[in-house]
Design a protein around this ligand. Structure first.
Ligand code: ADP
Length: 151
């Protein structure tokens, strides 16, 4: 398979509280991506500040960190063809009001500050985010369906 990537996908605290974990996982599973890491974690402020380091200085940064630290998140790594870009398309635009219906945010969210999910925006940021959230490494296993999903 060419262009096989890994992307970091996270159900944010509002997505967990609203019972959308299964729905979000189901969409990635059904699309054909392979789950290679997953955990429920209540992240510290320090950890979240590292995750969102690029946004430090934005006016919404303190509120973003408070929101992300307000409850547990589901941290996941999904693998497959063009996983980073396709994952972003499946999530929808950052502001749910601009997200197309059929996307996760377009179907389940309304406010940019409560947009229920995160997905890496580039291959290099995916690698950094995976290392930050899964320093223990990913899970290696073979998926027998691969031949039915990819040429
Ligand atoms: P994305 O999560 O789509 O990659 P960004 O990296 O630009 O988007 O922003 C990170 C997160 O910060 C967003 O998902 C959202 O939760 C929050 N955010 C972005 N812009 C705003 C804003 N104007 N007001 C409140 N929160 C925001």
């Amino acid at each position: 398979m060419s262009n096989k990537e890994q992307t970091y996908i996270m159900v944010k605290p509002d997505g967990v509280q609203r019972g959308l974990v299964g729905e979000i996982i189901a969409r990635f599973e059904k699309r054909g991506f392979k789950l290679v890491a997953m955990k429920l974690v209540h992240a510290t402020t320090e950890h979240l500040e590292k995750h969102y380091a690029d946004l430090k200085g934005k006016p919404f940064f303190p509120g973003l960190i408070k929101y992300m630290a307000s409850g547990p998140v589901v941290a996941m790594v999904w693998e497959g063809l063009d996983a980073v870009k396709t994952g972003r398309v499946m999530l929808g635009a950052t502001n749910p009001l601009a997200s197309a219906p059929g996307t996760i945010r377009g179907d389940y969210a309304l406010a940019v500050g409560r947009n229920i999910c995160h997905g890496s925006d580039a291959v290099d940021s995916a690698q950094k985010e995976i290392a930050l959230w899964f320093p223990e490494g990913l899970v290696q296993y073979s998926n027998t369906l691969e031949g039915w999903v990819f040429e």
